[in-house]
Design a binder for this molecule. Sequence first.
Ligand code: MD3
Ligand code: FE
Length: 205
Amino acid sequence: MTDLLASLRTAERLAEGAMLLPGYARDREAALLAEIQTISNLAPPRRMTVPGGGEMSVAMTNCGALGWVTDRTGYRYSPTDPLAGEPWPAMPPILAALAREAAEEAGYGGFTPDACLVNRYQTGAKMGLHQDRDEQDLTAPIVSVSLAAACVFLWGGLRRSDPVRRFALQGGDVMVWGGPSRLAFHGVDRLQAGPRFNLTFRKAG
Ligand code: MD3
Ligand code: FE
């Protein structure tokens, strides 16, 4: 309880609509990592191909009704895992509950994500600066949960050319991005020591 109160006290508004909840998921980290293992057994994390032909350094899988995928033809949400031709694993209740609670904490009541992208960063993996704009409903926030190793998060503005801030994200940190910050450019610096996992909850469909 003291941990929870401490994390709530230090919640920080990063920008209009964006909230950092340090350590918000720390007490659930082991349970969340166990769920990621179960999801990974059903839908293995894989390094996907981007339209330009390159392979992402981050290995990805999904749970929920929809999953984010990329291949040579582009980015999209798919109800099935292209490797298996089967639906993605269901979103475990403790994941859905965490996303809903964190969104509520940040002022977004009634968040019901239909997609959870699971990112696995091994040492050396990174994610370049990008916007998340493949979702149907851009009025819903995105909730992001960092697990295991720390990373340096890159956070820009609404234009690619805007200045980029950098700050450390620890395992158990949660961020909520909605309102005017929903389309902010963001990324992750090359990981010094992995693995790190990240869950991003979206309303995609
Ligand atoms: C700001 N993942 O999967 S999470 C992604 O740590 C992604 O794996 C990173 O960017 C990761 O698309 C960063 C933080 C995050 C996620 C979504 C955002 C920040 C965001 C959407 C809008 C603005
Ligand atoms: Fe993103």
